[in-house]
Design a protein around this ligand. Structure first.
Ligand code: ADP
Ligand code: MG
Length: 250
């Protein structure tokens, strides 16, 4: 087993509020498809930002592909939560996907042939090539998510990290996009944050449950509803302010 993401006893607190993460240790092996679940505010997005090197742990260590997250930034393709940027901005699908090449390519002189080819390949894989001339604002939620996945794939990552990629799309589009992740998992490690444990347990190889600390992580028993019941129960044990959650969503 080759570890590609390693968190050792990681804690993190924002400037205000209680610690977002405390003593989290988690290793993700190359080729895994990990589902990260937990209540709203449980620290899922924070954990991903630490892995991406966007935040530094207060204590503990984060390693990505055997190096620091900063050094390994290019091995990760990332689809952030609430990535509704540019919906009104007049940018085409193709130009959005090309943005995924920034950091991989030299900016001077514009995009090269290799960049356009990588973007085309990513759009083909995510089945948005036909949409490439369309403005971003004209897409459905499911199409937009696919474009954002294409943008993340354009840098040819070893690891694909998605933060609630299906929060705003319908069930049909959700199934389609997870089928895509499953196909991509043949050649890359995937970490996906989701609220819907029952749904993702049909796809992922392991589920980790995070609520400030890592409550548990274990392989998903194949063809079993056990995991849903198990995590469902554990989630219910966690004090959970639904009124706040509704507020946060609106
Ligand atoms: P999740 O993604 O599981 O919903 P987050 O990682 O977004 O959880 O948040 C974990 C905790 O950190 C929450 O209590 C949240 O309010 C807090 N938090 C998140 N982002 C910030 C921020 N930029 N500044 C201050 N507190 C934050
Ligand atoms: Mg989040």
């Amino acid at each position: 087993m080759t570890p590609v993401i390693e968190l050792q006893d990681v804690s993190y607190a924002y400037d205000i509020g209680p610690p977002a993460l405390e003593h989290v240790s988690l290793t993700v092996a190359e080729g895994e498809f990990l589902g990260l679940v937990g209540p709203n505010g449980g620290g899922k997005s924070t954990l991903l930002r630490l892995v991406l090197g966007l935040l530094q742990p207060a204590s503990g260590a984060v390693r990505v592909a055997g190096a620091s997250p900063q050094e390994s930034r290019r091995v990760i393709g990332y689809v952030p939560q609430y990535a509704r940027f540019g919906r009104e901005f007049p940018i085409s699908v193709e130009d959005t996907v090309l943005l995924g090449r920034l950091g991989t390519t030299g900016l001077l002189g514009g995009y090269r042939v290799a960049d356009r080819e990588a973007a085309r390949l990513a759009m083909t894989q995510t089945e948005v090539l036909d949409l490439r001339r369309r403005p971003l604002g004209s897409l459905s939620g499911g199409q937009l998510q696919r474009v954002l996945v294409a943008r993340a794939l354009a840098c040819d990552p070893r690891i694909l990290i998605l933060d609630e990629p299906t929060a705003n799309i319908d069930m049909r589009a959700e199934t389609d996009i997870f089928d895509l992740f499953k196909a991509l998992n043949q050649r890359m490690t995937i970490v996906v944050v989701s609220h819907d444990i029952g749904f993702i347990s049909r796809y992922v190889t392991r589920v980790a449950c995070l609520n400030r600390t890592l409550l548990c992580h274990q392989p998903v028993p194949i063809g079993s509803e056990v995991i849903e019941r198990l995590y469902g129960m554990q989630m219910q044990l966690i004090p959970h302010n639904h009124a706040f959650e509704r507020e946060a969503k609106t």
